[in-house]
Ligand binder design. Structure first.
Ligand SMILES: [Zn+2]
Ligand SMILES: [Zn+2]
Length: 95
């Protein structure tokens, strides 16, 4: 099986299995974005957003990226992932 290109940077996408999410997804070797798996094809929407400088990693202080979790909902992941494992829950707006 070969050859899906990243929609963001044109890099090679690799299909990997996430034990945490219990599902397959696609990982870009170029920009590090993840894409959901839709019937063996990478979805158009990246699972990982661009780094948001308003949200800082509790571990290293870098900007964090919004991640669209397949099963556990959305959360913030450090933009230095996988070098930094920092994550943050999305804080609901308080009334
Ligand atoms: Zn890419
Ligand atoms: Zn970090």
């Amino acid at each position: 099986m070969s050859g899906h290109a990243c929609l963001s940077c044109g890099g090679a996408l690799k299909r990997v299995f996430s034990r945490r999410a219990g599902t397959h997804f696609w990982m870009c070797a170029g920009c590090g974005r993840a894409f959901a798996d839709e019937g063996g094809q990478p979805a158009a929407m990246p699972l990982r957003g661009d780094p948001d400088p308003a949200v800082l990693c509790p571990v290293c202080g870098s900007a964090m990226c919004l991640v669209w979790g397949a099963r556990n909902g959305n959360f913030w992941s450090c933009s230095r992932h996988p070098h930094c494992k920092g994550t943050r829950e999305i804080e609901e707006a308080q009334p």
